[in-house]
Design a protein around this ligand. Sequence first.
Ligand SMILES: [Zn+2]
Length: 298
Amino acid sequence: MTRALSITVSVGVVMLGCGGSGPGPTEPPDNEAPSFASAPTTTGDHNRPWSYTVAVSDPDGDPVTVEAIALPAWLTFDATTLTLSGLAGFDNLGNHTVTLRASDGTRERRQHFILTVAPGEISCDQDFGDPLQSPYILPWRAGAEYLLQQGNCNGSGGHVNWFAYDFDLATGDTIIASRAGTVVAVREQFADGTRICGQEQENLVFVQHDDGTIMSYIHLTTNGALVDVNDVLAQGDVIGLSGDSGCSAGPHLHVALFAAQRTGFDRQWSLPINYSNASGMIDGQRQLVRSERYRALP
Ligand SMILES: [Zn+2]
């Protein structure tokens, strides 16, 4: 059985304020508040520009001004282009309250939202800064020299979108603390040469510095951690012996620096490192260069 569907539409047109048929001059103007005709994306990544261009309309055709009355410090609002924009850093992860106000001079409307910033990809093309100002020294004793097998953000291999260095230390070679700090993690029970990936079988030492950052020293040899959790280390103190544990293609030391409270292989949280005592080539970004050798100066 088929049913015919019929729709009746009636259109009513009401003319207001045209040619004297509307409110008289003694009545108050029937002003309506402006409204927001746009909505923001309420998520963003750190290290990636976030922006929102506001669109407003006013039923009466009045000029509308927009201002930001609540904003996190990393965002700015341009009242001419009506654009809210900024670049969140690690310190800006989490939720931010934003309140915008649109006004036609008499009435206003607010738009309120929570913008959530999550860790994003790192900025591989950034400058690493002046090595001589770096708080880090190479993680081996003065006079020793090693090859950089893999550097930061390599397009292939294990360091894609990651600030990390692999140096060709042999199993048993001494590792020292690149910067003073407190040992916050130790793992040393796993065997060398297993080639097991993704199961946290890397022997390691993590050292947290006074700015909250954490240096990870990874792939140590079995029982190769020579420090304990809560040990307080000076720069240059011996922390362990290099090795070939966990996800490793051969003996080497993997080092990576992480933002506060983030450790291990969470590459989105990695930070660029250079070294104040490295003798060897640096590139235009002032980072160490893959396949180059680096000697630790005293
Ligand atoms: Zn590595």
